[in-house]
Design a protein around this ligand. Structure first.
Ligand SMILES: [Zn+2]
Length: 232
């Protein structure tokens, strides 16, 4: 059984945006990260290298596992029925309580497509359609993560101060994408990503009076059962 299912357009996206969230929940819950593509068209790193890097979290934390669906990098498309069906099958197989995926405000077109693709597949996974893909499963808790600050309707913040160092350690394992090395093509990711992550997480922390925080986004209205459960 998987408690939290996370869709990541490319290996490293989930960890960049919500690596702290993942670490905090991995103490208690089973987490599966589904990489929709292997990111084979990036400036650095081939499919094999990128897949190997994505396995670091699986090898290090017993409650985290990963899987790649090998959709073509830079060609994730929410209108492609085969891609929809693959996601629906995954949701029905793992029956998660919580699903997260990338947010539409990200710049990369695959991130926008992943938002639409996963959001639509979540809805369809709960419908009486495609019985060959498994039993219907409705996941009520759906959230999104973004590389840039959204801070709009539905934004929530989680204090990740206790795990920020480990989050950065995980990011450092994505060497082909995020680490400066003279043998690689210089990119935004391998020159500025650590600055960006630290700046965003520190700023999110300042919004809730902690050192570091991450934002997750709900598109639904949030209902509370007990007002004392809200943390300020
Ligand atoms: Zn990406």
């Amino acid at each position: 059984m998987i408690n939290i299912l996370i869709f990541s357009p490319h290996p490293d996206d989930a960890e960049i945006s919500i690596g702290g969230f993942i670490l905090l929940h991995a103490n208690e819950y089973k987490i599966k990260i589904i990489n929709l593509s292997a990111g084979e068209h990036s400036s650095n790193g081939d499919k094999i290298e990128r897949l190997k890097e994505s396995k670091f979290v699986e090898n290090r934390y017993k409650n985290i596992s990963t899987k790649c669906l090998f959709f073509e990098d830079a060609n994730i498309q929410h209108t492609v029925i085969d891609q929809q069906k693959r996601i629906i099958r995954i949701i029905r197989e793992y029956t998660p309580g919580v699903i997260l995926t990338s947010h539409y405000t990200d710049e990369h077109p695959d991130h926008l497509e992943s938002y639409l693709l996963v959001k639509n597949a979540i809805y369809k996974a709960g419908l009486n359609i495609y019985p060959e893909l498994g039993e219907q499963h409705t996941c009520k808790h759906v959230f999104f993560y973004s590389q840039n600050l959204y801070n709009g309707k539905g934004s929530m913040f989680i204090d990740i101060s206790s795990v920020i160092e480990e989050k950065l350690n995980i990011l450092s394992k994505y060497r082909s994408q995020l680490i400066q090395d003279n043998s690689r093509v210089k990119t935004y990711s391998n020159t500025r990503i650590f600055q960006k992550v630290l700046a965003k997480d520190k700023y999110c922390g300042s919004l809730i009076n902690t050192d570091y925080a991450e934002e997750i986004i709900s598109y639904k209205k949030i209902t509370i059962k007990n007002i004392f459960d809200i943390v300020f």
